[in-house]
Write a protein that binds this ligand. Structure first.
Ligand code: FES
Length: 113
């Protein structure tokens, strides 16, 4: 586990729920059943606030955290277009191959906004 992943797993950023989101999404892994829920406030096509609840392993927690930081001030289109490679770069470029599905679970939750 690299330092970026470790840091976001131990101290997840933007964790929690937004009281009055304009957009929400939910994605459940077909592999393990773990789940991410995302809440966002979007104004003038810009994400001005974003939070999530995550139920799962270190990789899905760390990925949700890095994506929540990255997504602030982005457009919905930017978030929907993010790729696996870009998400992996936000995580420092490497992850245990068996955790690929976990990264994709978090990524798909954000892309579903
Ligand atoms: Fe379920 Fe990682 S084991 S998301």
């Amino acid at each position: 586990m690299n330092n970026i992943i470790k840091s976001h797993f131990i101290h997840p950023q933007n964790l929690g729920k937004i009281k009055k989101p304009t957009h929400t999404s939910k994605f459940k892994s077909g592999f393990c059943g773990d789940m991410v829920e995302v809440y966002a406030v979007i104004e003038n096509d810009k994400i001005i606030d974003i939070k999530y609840n995550v139920f799962g392993c270190y990789a899905v927690i760390a990925t949700s955290s890095v994506l929540s930081e990255w997504a602030k001030n982005k457009s919905l289109e930017d978030v929907r277009n993010i790729t696996y490679e870009e998400t992996l770069n936000l995580l420092g470029g490497d992850i245990d191959p068996e955790k690929e599905q976990c990264v994709k679970t978090a990524m798909n939750a954000f892309k579903s906004l």
